[in-house]
Design a binder for this molecule. Structure first.
Ligand SMILES: Nc1ncnc2c1ncn2[C@@H]1O[C@H](COP(=O)(O)OP(=O)(O)OP(=O)(O)O)[C@@H](O)[C@H]1O
Ligand SMILES: [Mg+2]
Length: 253
């Protein structure tokens, strides 16, 4: 459903993303984790077609983002780390605006919007200007708008920042339900407990390179770790990289 092939991006002398290969099947929730500046947001921007890679390819649902950006973007629900909202629109107007961008059938829009607003506990706020929303309410509205067109792929940069505990639980449940129906998720986050709990697999990016990927058990093997928490495994893997130790360690090292 998501194919990244040799994806590379430089900013001047910084190699932000270095020959990234990833294949994420239908219905998988994939967590993308890494230290600050590792290249997560840069990768996500290339996946969403916001910036072009220097080399390599992004394929969404079999569609090449470089050659057919409009068709590829139709398949994506994109939730950026710093979303832009039109503060002078109401929540409902914003939903209508994004639904029109994605070509949602106008006849189906009212019911879909109602269900989405209810789900995100925003029904009572639908006719208020977005400028009156709290940070977490804006975050929920962005998510509602991003998935209203029923995308095959959802790409999220830090989904839970700003959400309260009930909001986090609701979003997790929603992601799991959508994944069970075949939607694929690519989620970048620093909340490793959430990544462990929610994601089927995680990839670790460090200095632009994907240095480990797989289930928690796969990552434990790669890290030579016995601990059962992703945070410890992640810190082991990224620390090993940092000090330049051979990795993964083999017998006799
Ligand atoms: N527009 C830009 N111009 C120059 N350098 C950039 C730009 N955007 C990102 N970089 C650099 O590319 C590298 C990767 O940045 P990126 O934002 O992708 O990291 P990240 O993994 O999302 O980090 P964080 O966890 O802090 O969000 C960093 O070295 C960053 O300084
Ligand atoms: Mg980032």
């Amino acid at each position: 459903m998501i194919e990244l092939n040799g994806l590379t991006k430089r900013y001047g002398r910084t190699l932000a993303v270095d020959r990234l290969h990833l294949s994420i099947p239908e219905g998988m929730i994939f967590g993308f984790i890494g230290p600050n500046g590792a290249g997560k947001t840069t990768t996500i921007k290339m996946m969403g077609g916001l910036i072009a890679p220097d080399s390599g390819r992004v394929e969404i649902n079999g569609i090449d983002m470089g050659r057919f950006p409009e068709q590829a973007k139709q398949c994506i629900g994109f939730i950026p780390d710093r979303p832009y909202l039109y503060e002078k629109l109401t929540g409902m107007e914003f939903l209508k605006f994004t639904a029109d961008l994605y070509g949602v059938d106008p006849g189906a829009f009212p019911d879909a919007a109602h269900a989405m607003l209810e789900r995100f506990s925003l029904l009572g706020w639908k006719n208020e200007l977005i400028e009156a929303y709290s940070h977490g309410m804006k975050q929920r509205l962005i998510m509602a708008a991003a998935i209203l067109h029923d995308p095959k792929v959802v790409i999220v940069d830090e989904p839970m920042v700003g959400l309260d505990p009930a909001g986090i639980r609701m979003v997790k449940k929603l992601f799991q339900e959508l994944a069970a129906n075949g939607t694929s998720f690519f989620i970048s986050t620093h909340t490793l407990s959430m990544a462990q709990d929610l994601c089927d697999q995680n990839g670790i990016i460090h200095n632009g390179r994907l240095i480990a990927t797989g289930t928690l058990d796969d990552l434990k093997i790669q890290a030579n770790a016995t601990e059962d928490d992703l945070e410890t495994v992640f810190l082991k893997i990224t620390r090993e990289e940092q000090v330049g130790r051979p990795y993964p360690q083999t017998a006799g090292d």
